[in-house]
Design a protein around this ligand. Sequence first.
Ligand code: SF4
Ligand code: SF4
Length: 366
Amino acid sequence: MTGSIPSPVIFCRAGELIPGQGFDVRFLELLETAVAELGKGKPSDLRAPWALKIPMNALGQTNAVLPRWLQAVRAGLKKGGHNPDPMFDTLSITTAGLDTADGMLERAGQLDLLDFFVVGDDPHNPAGESLSLSDECALPAITLSTVAAAAGGLMLLNSVLPHPHLGMSGALFSLGCGVLDRESKLLLHRDIRPTVDTPLCAGCGSCLAACIFDAIAIRAGRAFIDHQLCTGCGECMTACHLAGISPEDAARIPRFQKQVAEAGFAVASQSRAAKSDCLLYANFLTPVPRQAAGGFGRVHQKPDVKGVLVSSDPVALDQATWDLLVEGDIHGLRQWSGFLQEPGPLMERAQALGLGNRQYDLQLRD
Ligand code: SF4
Ligand code: SF4
């Protein structure tokens, strides 16, 4: 999967929204064309439709991929000769109240997606496809969600946000964590032990509200984490606007990142879609202003997409996304006032495994 030639990454830049005149139609056309172009080179199996993994389970609107973007992606896949059918998301380990099948379906209803949307893991029949990891990885086998296991092709759509363990929620995050079942996600995260930097903590309680595992209490005006209850999900680290929660042992973050790369490689080499070479990725760029740090800020944040990057190489795609969001003219991640990591170990491990190429050829469409 890795080569010496930079991998193509198509960047469809969104124009400015004109008040009263609706959405940027040109952007939707660019997106549809880019997806059609990528999909054309892929074999098509009409008996096994493509599935679109979308971010349904997030807090707030920033992390929702809007229905019109989804329509453009579906139209692009059809033009490319494919049969896009289910849209799905998998059960999250966090995300306040949406971590159940009912919560996700309710959110799909709010976004007017109920006709297309299915929950990716079947809570009544959790047996997806078991994938094996390399001997170097300390994790036991992981399980693909049922929808991802059955799909003839997979396109992973990600709305990029800061992520406390990985830097951002891009294609590698979706591949190495997002299409797994909930138990496997818990396995991946359990190594992280967050700790409160007591002098930094103001006792505001944002982290407590973000923790659905009731692992946080406020004692003597400071947050306290009960590690017996903590799953390592990291939601509290994102919620703290003072960056007052970080991993107890700094070495655990690179280890986590490498394990996500391992899991991603297992999905990208062992799934049915991977065997047909039918995996595509899209990262929507939604800059996050500083004041949106913390769960409550994210709930009220409106999507403000600056563009979308699409590629068949998840490493090139994430590297290009990171570069644009951190160093390019689309700012966002560096303004984030919560805990933020560099994704270096994730990218390095992903490239070393042959999952993709950090060198990319950015092709601008606007
Ligand atoms: S969110 Fe941060 S400042 Fe607020 S209680 Fe938690 S650790 Fe302390
Ligand atoms: S304490 Fe933080 S990392 Fe642990 S379960 Fe709660 S939100 Fe997740």
